[in-house]
Design a protein around this ligand. Sequence first.
Ligand SMILES: NC(=O)c1ccc[n+]([C@@H]2O[C@H](COP(=O)([O-])OP(=O)(O)OC[C@H]3O[C@@H](n4cnc5c(N)ncnc54)[C@H](OP(=O)(O)O)[C@@H]3O)[C@@H](O)[C@H]2O)c1
Length: 240
Amino acid sequence: MNVLITGVSRGVGLEISKLFLENGHTVYGISRTESEELKTLEQQYPENLFFKIFDLSNPEEIKQSVFKEFVTNHIPIHVLINNAAMAYDDIVTNLNYDDLKTMFDVNLYSPMFLTKYAIRNMIYNRIAGSIIHISSISAHTGYKGLSMYAASKGALQSFSKNISREWGERGIRSNIVVPGYMETAMNAKLTAEHKSRIFKRTALKKETDMRSVAETVLFLSDERSRSITGQEIFVDSGTL
Ligand SMILES: NC(=O)c1ccc[n+]([C@@H]2O[C@H](COP(=O)([O-])OP(=O)(O)OC[C@H]3O[C@@H](n4cnc5c(N)ncnc54)[C@H](OP(=O)(O)O)[C@@H]3O)[C@@H](O)[C@H]2O)c1
């Protein structure tokens, strides 16, 4: 399968890319930087990993930069994974429009435009493809300081559900993976005490394993999940 995925330089996107490559798939990855880990992966899989530097805070440039210069219609896209996101942590009384707008460009508007052009590619190539968006447990359970970020994820979830209805007749599926807290750069600022409070809210009393998230994404991308669409799959150590 050919997989278009955002946010491949580190964290969950890097882990998902590794798993798809290990399973023989071809990965077309996007992020703003080419990390050392990503470079190592590119050397390991020179025939199957392609990378494009692109800043997702510019959704209006997606058509030209991603779908004309990177994955043209001659490259059939079987899977789109909208993984890249940024956090905008603050309480709402400090809300700033520019910060909010940038976050929505990255977390919502770019995934929407990537979905638009990926579906066009799937239709052109007669592919019953799979779209997977990475949400967050914060869209379901309240956390102080995450209301703006959670709102962007909640909107993505509604988008996915409706896309599944809109394109289901063509065999195109759209699902959400909802991870809990993971140790990545996104959470670098959290204190040990804050983390421990988050873990206490989970049934398993621990962080979410990135590999478990990646395995779920792989499952949702292939034939094993052929009857699953419009769903939200929680991979969150049981945040109840
Ligand atoms: N970490 C958690 O606890 C947690 C929990 C629930 C859900 N999630 C979700 O899981 C997904 C992955 O998060 P993560 O923890 O792996 O975050 P991360 O370690 O901060 O990685 C984010 C990735 O997105 C890319 N990215 C960020 N802004 C971008 C932009 N403007 N343009 C292009 N690429 C951009 C980054 O690459 P560059 O910086 O190189 O551009 C990086 O590869 C996100 O959707 C996040 O909301 C995370």
